[in-house]
Design a protein around this ligand. Structure first.
Ligand code: NAX
Length: 327
């Protein structure tokens, strides 16, 4: 039998994890041949609820699930792991300032980055889902100087998938038919959905849809506000779709994207006026367990302006987190 892959999930007692863990244990990321050893991390007060989740995982009798360990200690959770989904973060409480929220999360991701640096496999693949996801990933990277560049990424795939679904519906094609779609920037309302390179079966998607006004005035704001719309309708934030996006992100990173573009939050290389190192959503292609950003695209004025606004917001978040990282 194959050696089990060791996978940590933080925020494991939360609602996204509740949609994520069962699919992971079923083989949706690492494939039907790879046994999986789960390390579930949450805060001490969540451990009783987490016990219930592990009971349910047991009760599924997943053939691939070889072990489950629960802990409130990141060093225990991340010991020798191959992959991590960092879903847990500090939510905004009533009256909390944005600055305080950033600082609280910077402290969490500083600790978790240092723990990854100390004990994870050097080949570890980390996906940060907990918000502010881009900046949390940036903080973790600063705290993990001994991990190879590119080990830690953030999730913008939910936004990518949301855009793909809307575009496919508008064009009357299946989602699979769409390629070269990109979501740039921060996972926040400033994110920028870019259809300027998108194609459908070799044809330009924009030409197929033929409605630039719809793209600018409906699609872009609707993708940006989709999280709020789900929250209002469901009375709870996106969970199953967020877990699905996390699965898509990690699966494509591990197994390859088959030449297709996916959007990932990755440390910028200096392209497109994004300051090097800033964790920013960009289009990428995954192959052989690695991702490569799609570089040297010609961006039109509208796209450049949208991206620049989101980058400005990311710089502000990074600067607010900086004091925590450096103390
Ligand atoms: P829940 O509140 O249901 O669960 C969060 C869990 O994290 C809780 O069990 C909590 O105890 C735990 N936790 C908090 N601090 C922790 C720490 N320091 N170490 C370990 N565990 C910790 O939230 P849920 O709906 O699951 O959402 C989780 C995060 O995903 C939130 O930050 C949310 O904003 C973010 N999202 C990010 C998305 C993205 O596209 N990047 C989309 C979905 C989602 O909004």
């Amino acid at each position: 039998p194959n050696t089990p892959i060791k996978v940590a999930v933080s925020g494991a007692a939360g609602q996204i994890a509740y949609a994520l863990l069962f699919r992971l244990a079923q083989g949706d990321v690492f494939g039907p041949e790879t046994p999986i050893d789960l390390r579930l991390l949450d805060l001490p007060q969540a451990l009783p609820a987490l016990k219930g989740v592990t009971m349910e995982l047991d009760d599924c009798a997943f053939p691939l699930l070889t072990a489950i360990r629960t802990t409130d200690d990141p060093r225990v959770a991340f010991d020798d792991i191959d992959a991590a989904f960092l879903v847990g973060s500090r939510p905004r409480s009533k009256g909390m300032e944005r600055r305080d929220l950033l600082a609280a999360n910077a402290a969490i991701f500083k600790t978790q980055g240092a723990a990854l640096d100390a004990v994870a496999k050097r080949s570890v693949k980390v996906l940060v889902v907990g918000n502010p996801a881009n900046t949390n990933a940036w903080v973790a990277i600063q705290s993990a100087p001994n991990l190879p560049e590119g080990a830690i990424t953030s999730m913008i795939r939910l936004d990518h998938n949301r855009a793909a679904a809307q575009l496919a519906r508008k064009a009357g094609v299946s989602v699979d038919a769409i390629d070269h779609l990109a979501v740039w920037g921060n996972h926040s309302p400033t994110m920028f959905t870019d259809w300027s390179h998108a194609s459908v079966s070799g044809e330009r998607l924009a030409a197929r849809i033929g409605d630039d006004g719809w793209y600018r005035d409906t699609l872009i704001p609707e993708v940006a506000r989709r999280g709020t719309a789900v929250l209002e309708a469901r009375g709870a934030s996106s969970a199953a779709s967020a877990a699905n996006a996390a699965i898509d992100h990690m699966r494509d990173w591990v197994q390859g994207s088959d030449g297709r573009w996916v959007s990932m939050g990755i440390p910028a290389t200096g392209e497109y006026g994004i300051p090097a190192g800033l964790v920013c959503g960009v289009p990428a292609v995954c192959r052989d367990g690695r991702y490569a950003p799609v570089n040297s695209l010609d961006l039109d004025v509208f796209t450049r302006a949208g991206l620049a606004a989101s980058v400005q917001e990311l710089i502000g978040e990074r600067d607010a987190a900086l004091s925590i990282v450096s103390t």
